[in-house]
Design a protein around this ligand. Structure first.
Ligand SMILES: NC(=O)c1ccc[n+]([C@@H]2O[C@H](COP(=O)([O-])OP(=O)(O)OC[C@H]3O[C@@H](n4cnc5c(N)ncnc54)[C@H](O)[C@@H]3O)[C@@H](O)[C@H]2O)c1
Length: 341
């Protein structure tokens, strides 16, 4: 069987994550890399033996042989690229979030349907083993009906100050809040009806990054489920894990707790540092890409080949973005906001 021809748009940190998985997937060959920063595109293409390099995705769509595109540009730069790729008949794996404006969300959904292309958004918490096991427990009924949840998903400051040059043009709500909201929609098997959010700013602004430090938000689901969520970018850099993750779901008959950042599964002590290496998200074992960050990308490829439905539908991703837009509006106005679908 011939291989699916993939292009990667956005040759940054996460573009490389995609490249590792495509390189080892027997059903894929990467035929093009595109980045506004052509040097970055060349670097990734050289590292992964990709034949075609572009600085403009429209040129890429005209010239390169492509079946599917991974859109791995900054959060605010998914919309136009996704619509252009869908109009060119390419299947899409879009990094989270699907898009950051209602107009872009609607335009992508419309273009995907009109062109009959398949779209998945990389909301990869659904492949995280602890979340997947907890969700199986909810689905089995042993916790009863889900009633309430708590979910803290924060990053250390370094992500906003150093890792993402575009942090001030995005928000912790897009960067991690999209995982938070999608995970809870998945657990409750329901849509968010109304949100109320408050935020705090100052720490990151003081460090020269003009973005909000932290949002605390209440989500009310249509069938009555409630959740309290925190998304912040000011966890101290000394925290042993990039993320601070705490999760609880309580049902009528039971509950589950997850603490994914302090499990101390591996503690490493050297002469000059101690840390807890990641063995869950993205790592290599015997030279192969392992961890749930790769599993979601693998799932996209596998489903393109098999024709099976993606575990995350385009509607899941669209509704997640629309719920986050309501959170922004609530934090800005100080009022509860109904999500407009
Ligand atoms: N699934 C996850 O948990 C996860 C983790 C990290 C990042 N991400 C997502 O991946 C995306 C990229 O993040 P990153 O950390 O790799 O960022 P990055 O800054 O390292 O890389 C982004 C790249 O996109 C390029 N770019 C910007 N606009 C472009 C355009 N119009 N055309 C072509 N290239 C363009 C930039 O030059 C840069 O090289 C974001 O949406 C982010 O939220 C997802």
């Amino acid at each position: 069987m011939s291989k699916l021809r993939f292009a990667i748009v956005g040759a940054g940190v996460w573009g490389e994550t995609h490249a590792y998985l495509y390189k080892e997937h027997p059903g894929v060959e990467v035929t093009a890399v595109c980045d506004l920063n052509i040097a970055r595109a060349r670097e990734l293409a050289t590292k992964f033996d990709v034949p075609n390099v572009f600085a403009d995705h429209r040129e890429m769509l005209k010239q390169a042989p492509i079946d599917a595109v991974a859109i791995v540009t900054p959060d605010f730069a998914h919309g136009e690229i996704a619509v252009d790729c869908a109009n060119a008949g390419k299947h899409l794996l879009v990094e989270k979030p699907l898009a950051t404006t209602r107009e872009d969300v609607e335009a992508i959904c419309e273009a995907a349907e009109r062109n009959n292309v398949r779209v998945m958004v990389d909301l990869h918490n659904r492949w995280s083993p602890p979340f997947a096991v907890a969700k199986q427990s909810v689905d089995s009924g042993e916790l009863g009906d889900p009633v309430s949840a708590y979910f803290r998903l924060n990053d250390i400051k370094w992500v906003a100050t150093d890792m993402l040059p575009w942090a001030a043009k995005s928000s912790i709500l897009w960067f991690l809040g999209s995982h938070t909201v999608d995970t809870l929609r998945w657990f409750f098997s329901d849509e968010v009806d109304q949100v109320y959010s408050v935020s705090s700013s100052g720490v990151l602004k003081g460090l020269g990054v003009d973005t909000v430090d932290v949002y605390q938000t209440i989500l009310q689901f249509r069938s009555g489920g409630i959740a309290s969520i925190e998304n912040g970018w000011i966890t101290p850099n000394t925290h042993p894990c990039v993320n601070d993750i705490k999760f609880n779901i309580t049902g009528t008959k039971g509950m589950i707790n997850l603490d994914l950042s302090n499990n101390q599964m591996i503690e490493r002590f050297t002469e000059d540092k101690n840390d807890r290496p990641d063995v869950l998200v993205r790592h290599f074992i015997h030279g192969k890409a392992k961890g749930f960050a790769y599993e979601s990308i693998r799932h996209f490829v596998d489903c393109l080949i098999s024709g099976e439905d993606f575990l995350v539908s385009i509607q899941d991703a669209a509704n997640t973005s629309l719920a986050i837009l309501a959170i922004f509006e609530s934090a800005a106005t100080g009022k509860p906001i109904k999500v407009r679908y």
